[in-house]
Ligand binder design. Structure first.
Ligand code: AMP
Length: 395
């Protein structure tokens, strides 16, 4: 696996695909700089070697050229984080851009305009990729969030840099962390899957069953299992048509020697609201008119017991409606257990949009081994798929 450290960027122009798809407020200011900070190490390495960096990214979902989606709005934020005044050119291909690249001096950074102003980007157009490739000597992919897409700048472009291409630090770390969990992980390996739907995680479960010892199933998706096992789940969310699948997963797990841990009790609410009346009930006997919205106290103790014994932990999805304070306790306790296990030497990887939001919101981000930045890309890797953006560098 070729990474940045395999190259010396002295007098070289690095063409870096970053993921600067950051949220902007109504004044078009960046409201969360996490993704820019995540790319900093890669950019700084190029500059410290004595080279220059040309950054390309998408932002939002523009339909053609739309000023609201211009990367020009993030230049100040990027400059502040990188510590260099970033130059900007209001296009990403063509003579003007190539001139700006040619004028770039060692130690300087140039940000190109939003790649998705061209439909060719998402279409994976080869001519467009070739034009982009004129903007640097070495291609660096550091955009994990789009690595599962075969877009011009994330995959197709790599063929124009047969030898001169590598992963950035962020993407390399993502791959290493996932390989740590899926590869020769230290046992016992525990996967914690939560969130709302079984259907969105089914391929993940099937792919990881061979690699794990314990499977904790929590949150909304657990009710499909409980109902399939004969429980009364009241008004809890459930995918009725996935009950057979749930039973099949349990059977497969048993055959593979994977111990499955389902919740035993829940905090039920009489309404899907933070102000709902609540009661703790056995998960197999949820009264009509009530829905399970958080893991109950016995469940929390059981889950934390399993987590405390684990040496490798993968966590995707909350075990309750953590966005509402009334139903956030289970997810917080789970986060605490993962943090404690990590402090005791376990390797823990947290990923997937909502679990990342939860670990940040509750302050666990620094207490787990790695927080993945790419929701969709991570799920596809867990499903066992080869991501085009990764394959293109390996080819
Ligand atoms: P997902 O995108 O499938 O990972 O699901 C994440 C969402 O699942 C979060 O927004 C949670 O609020 C929601 N969730 C977790 N547990 C429950 C539950 N018991 N009932 C309804 N929604 C839930």
């Amino acid at each position: 696996m070729k990474t940045l450290n395999d190259f010396n960027f002295e007098n070289k122009k690095a063409l870096i695909r970053v993921d600067f798809n950051v949220p902007l407020n109504e004044e078009l200011q960046v409201t969360d700089t996490t993704r820019i900070e995540a790319a900093k190490a890669t950019i700084v390495k190029v500059l410290e070697d004595g080279g220059s960096a040309v950054l390309m990214s998408h932002l939002g979902r523009p339909k053609g050229v739309e000023d609201n989606f211009s990367l020009g709005h993030i230049v100040d934020a990027v400059s502040e984080i990188i510590g260099v005044q970033v130059k900007f050119v209001n296009d990403c291909i063509g003579d003007k851009v190539e001139q700006a690249v040619a004028d770039l001096q060692n130690g300087e950074v140039l940000l190109l305009e939003n790649l998705r102003f061209y439909g060719e980007e998402k279409a994976g157009d080869r001519d467009f990729a070739e034009k982009l490739s004129k903007c640097g000597d070495i291609y660096v992919n550091d955009a994990f969030g789009t690595a599962h897409r075969a877009h011009a700048s994330t995959a197709i472009i790599a063929e124009f840099f047969p030898e001169q291409k590598c992963f950035g630090f962020l993407l390399a770390k993502e791959i290493e962390s996932l390989e740590k969990v899926l590869g020769s992980s230290e046992k016992p390996v525990t996967a914690i899957l939560g969130g709302s739907k079984v259907s969105s995680k089914i391929t993940v479960i099937e792919n990881i069953l061979d690699k794990i010892d314990h499977l904790i199933i929590g949150g909304g998706m657990s009710f499909t299992f409980i109902k399939a096992l004969g429980g009364d789940i009241g008004n809890s969310i459930c995918e009725d048509d996935k009950q057979d699948l749930a039973l099949d997963i349990l059977k497969q797990a048993e055959e593979k020697g994977v111990k499955v841990h389902l919740p035993v009790d829940v905090v039920a609410g009489d309404d899907f609201s933070n102000d709902a009346n609540t009661q703790v009930v056995d998960i197999y006997h949820i009264p009509e008119g009530w829905e399970g919205l958080d893991a109950g106290p016995k469940t929390n103790v059981g889950f934390s017991f399993v987590i405390a014994q684990s040496k490798t932990i993968l966590w995707n999805g909350p075990v309750g409606v953590f966005e509402m304070k009334t139903f956030s306790k289970g997810t917080i306790e789970l986060g605490n257990s993962v943090a404690d296990a990590t402090a005791e030497g376990a390797f823990s990887l947290v990923g997937g949009g909502d679990s990342v939001a939860a670990v940040k919101q509750f302050g666990f981000a620094d207490k787990v081994s790695y927080v993945s930045t790419g929701g969709g890309a991570m799920l596809e890797m867990l499903e066992g798929k080869t991501l085009p953006g990764i394959q293109a560098i390996l080819d």
